[in-house]
Design a protein around this ligand. Structure first.
Ligand code: SF4
Length: 375
């Protein structure tokens, strides 16, 4: 069982906070789409005899592509790899690209899940972020998408100076009013070399406030859990049967192949990452070379990764699984380190796994790093 991620590295404009790989120049679109098709073929040996359960178009902004261009990529992937009858096929879309026609076309070409970058329903917040869409488009996009899709996820951002607790509640209430079965919510972070970082350095935007983000996170968890969403990963909430299969595959360590500039791949003991430059990516493919570098992961790397991703999910971290994957010494090390956090109540035993308690959810990164094995 595995997944394929395809990165579409184009956007209409640069959001102020974003450090993903994308270009606002679309003139290389055609050669890049050709290169994606060739890379799918070139790297087929990396998922030998694997059933590909999920195909995910991320970016960048995949909805900037024509539906036929996405359809060609889907059919290419299906001609090379083995898919079940009804795999999850997700398209990330921005609200300004959604129309009734487009939503219908996406459904017709086999997309069965939309992940929509709403971020906020307030005009001034969208301007602060430099999003390409406005608040009206956010609402219209949800209505049109809802006519053709029941499996929709929306992204929201919290923890920025303009967002009062009242506005955050309002954003959540608006999202809930569309009966969306999956919501991803992320605290805004200041990434190096972004416009946001420069605005904060120049004093044009106040620095982000961790206490504000924590207050928003509490509101988020309480509100969505009360509405029947399962908080199955630290930033992800889904109604039962609507968890993202693609993201869950990452978190539970299933293999995945990443296609396109900057895409990452993972095969248990090996990780790969593609070059983050559109021109160099296309050139490498045209020369018949996969534009990817690999790294072999040590047991320690894999143990640390398991702790980090496991603690972020409702499935937690299992001592038996640690022993099975990494040996008895890792199990013992983990049990020694985890005892203090079980005593403090930040981590709790659930079945045979250790998971974050409601209070521990706010401390995940620190808890995980305390359980890491280093040196
Ligand atoms: S649309 Fe997404 S990928 Fe593009 S700049 Fe904005 S946040 Fe980044």
């Amino acid at each position: 069982m595995s997944g394929i991620y395809i990165h579409i590295p184009f956007c209409k404009q640069a959001c102020h906070y974003c450090d993903f790989h994308y270009s606002t120049q679309l003139k290389k679109k055609k050669p890049l789409l050709n290169a994606l098709q060739r890379e799918l073929e070139m790297r087929k040996g990396e998922l030998p005899e694997q059933l590909v359960e999920t195909l995910y178009f991320g970016g960048g902004t995949p909805s900037l592509m024509e539906a036929e261009e996405i359809a060609e990529l889907i059919s290419r992937a299906k001609s090379i790899y083995t898919f079940p009858e009804d795999p999850e096929i997700t398209l990330e879309v921005n609200p300004d690209d959604v129309s009734q026609d487009k939503a219908r076309l996406w459904r017709q070409i086999g997309i069965n899940r939309l992940s929509m970058g709403i971020q906020s329903f307030f005009e001034e917040d969208l301007k602060f972020m430099n999003r390409a869409h406005n608040a009206t488009e956010a609402r219209e996009a949800l209505e049109w998408a809802g006519e053709y899709f029941d499996n929709i996820s929306l992204d929201l951002i919290y923890g920025y100076p303009l967002l009062t607790e009242e506005k955050w509640m309002k954003n959540l209430e608006t999202a809930l009013s569309y009966e969306i079965p999956h919501i991803s919510a992320y605290a805004l972070t200041v990434e190096p070399r972004t416009a946001l970082q420069s605005f904060i350095e120049k004093g044009k935007v106040p620095p982000l406030d961790e206490a504000q983000a924590e207050a928003h996170f509490r509101i988020l968890v309480n509100t969505l859990e009360n509405e029947g969403y399962v908080h199955y990963e630290i930033s992800n909430f889904g109604k039962p049967d609507y968890f993202s299969q693609n993201n869950t595959a990452y978190w539970i360590g299933k293999p995945y192949l990443g296609i396109g500039p900057s895409a990452h791949s993972f095969y248990g003991r090996r990780r790969g990452w593609n070059i983050s430059n559109n021109s160099k990516y296309i050139k490498s493919i045209e020369e018949g070379k996969a534009p990817v570098e690999y790294e072999e992961l040590s047991d320690q790397d894999r143990y640390n990764e398991y702790i980090m991703t496991g603690l972020r999910t409702i499935w937690g971290v299992s001592p038996d699984e640690i022993e099975k994957r990494f040996g008895a010494s890792y199990r013992q090390y983990f049990l020694n380190r985890v005892a203090a956090h079980l005593n403090s109540g930040d981590l709790i035993l659930k079945g045979d796994a250790i998971v974050a308690s409601p209070s521990g959810k706010f401390l995940i990164d620190g808890l995980a790093s305390d359980l890491f094995r280093v040196g």
